[in-house]
Design a protein around this ligand. Structure first.
Ligand code: NAD
Length: 312
């Protein structure tokens, strides 16, 4: 299959590398010039489950697609949320009538951006439990297992099944979902609590989880997600979501980690995806007449922190 990976950072590199190794024609498209130069000069480097890799891969800057002759069967979107619109605009000429577009970003409401450029019948909305790390331009760290679910917004299960087969031939553990928005909301609840709170509190997940107020804060935020979700046809099982969030506090497994937003803002001084997690709930809450004071406040705090640190 001819595949464009749009946004070839940590996750785009993982999917691009695994799909390329499985024999697909993969083209990476990105906007970070140092990263592009490094991959062009030395291939994609780093480690894959502990083994060193150095793989020659095709990569273009998203601003230089004018002369690129590549007819994509599938585009996989893996930008950060705030880069998505710009990327979709860059890809306009590369997305044909038959191109399926799979959106795997974290966060809520990305389909509204994708729909501006692609008919609903060609959009696959997904949610992934894979992880990946970028250690510098052109250098990835890929470790562990994952899975993903996807749903065709146009109920084109045949097209979705073809994509799932290609993903599974690359060991990406994909399956069809009839409730993808519920899965997206569930993951957004984990991100919407652990990410913003640990970033603002400068804490790992276990230390936060053991504070006397953690349960109250987390439950209030999850209830805001659930109240907004109801207006979008998403029925969240709040006790189940709370139990899932509590697994993040376990010191033996992931509790000592700082979540990805902390890595982005505090470690790398990069802007965060808060507007597409708690911020999305605050915006949608306003539109639906649902009060969301905790999500609104957390979004404001993270923006304040971004500005204090001069994040870019
Ligand atoms: P990423 O930051 O690694 O890459 C996203 C884009 O930012 C790429 O275009 C990349 O080239 C660019 N970029 C990265 N570092 C940069 C730097 N220092 N300067 C300039 N540009 C830079 O993002 P990701 O982790 O691949 O995430 C993509 C999407 O997938 C997000 O929505 C994220 O929330 C989601 N996601 C990530 C993971 C994960 O483990 N990384 C897991 C699941 C979902």
């Amino acid at each position: 299959m001819n595949i464009i990976i749009a946004g070839a950072g940590a996750m785009g590199s993982r999917f691009g590398y695994m799909l390329h190794k499985a024999g697909n024609e993969v083209v990476l498209v990105d906007g970070w010039q140092d990263h592009i130069d490094s991959i062009k000069a030395n291939g994609l480097q780093g480690s894959f489950n502990g083994e060193e890799i150095k793989e020659s891969m095709t990569i273009y800057n998203q601003n230089e697609l004018g002369n690129v002759d590549f007819s994509a069967d599938l585009v996989i979107l893996f930008t950060k949320a705030m880069q998505l619109d710009n990327m979709m605009n860059s890809l306009k000429e590369m997305v044909g009538e038959k191109t399926q577009v799979l959106c795997l970003l974290n966060g809520i409401g990305h389909e509204d951006v994708v729909k501006k450029y692609v008919p609903e019948s060609n959009i696959l909305l997904g949610n992934t439990m894979w992880t990946a790390g970028l250690e510098g331009p052109g250098h990835v760290k890929l470790f562990g297992n994952g899975s993903l679910e996807l749903q065709s917004l146009g109920n084109d299960e045949k097209a979705a099944t073809e994509v799932i087969e290609v993903l599974n031939a690359a060991d990406l553990n994909a399956k069809y979902s009839h409730h993808i928005r519920a899965s997206i909301y569930k993951k957004a609840c984990v991100n919407g609590t652990m990410n913003g709170l640990c970033t603002i509190l400068d804490s790992n997940m276990a230390d936060f989880g053991e504070t006397s107020v953690a349960d109250d804060i987390v439950e209030t935020i999850v209830n805001e997600f659930a109240a907004v979700g109801k207006h979008e046809g998403v029925e969240l099982n709040v006790p189940e979501v709370l139990a899932q969030i509590k697994t993040c506090y376990n010191r033996e497994t992931i509790g000592l980690h700082h979540p990805s937003m902390y890595q982005d803002l505090i470690v790398s001084n990069r802007l965060t995806e808060i507007d597409y997690i708690n911020g999305a709930i605050a915006r949608k809450g306003l539109a639906y007449g649902v009060v969301t004071p905790y999500c609104t406040f957390l979004t404001q705090l993270v923006h304040s922190k971004e500005q204090i640190l001069g994040a870019k």
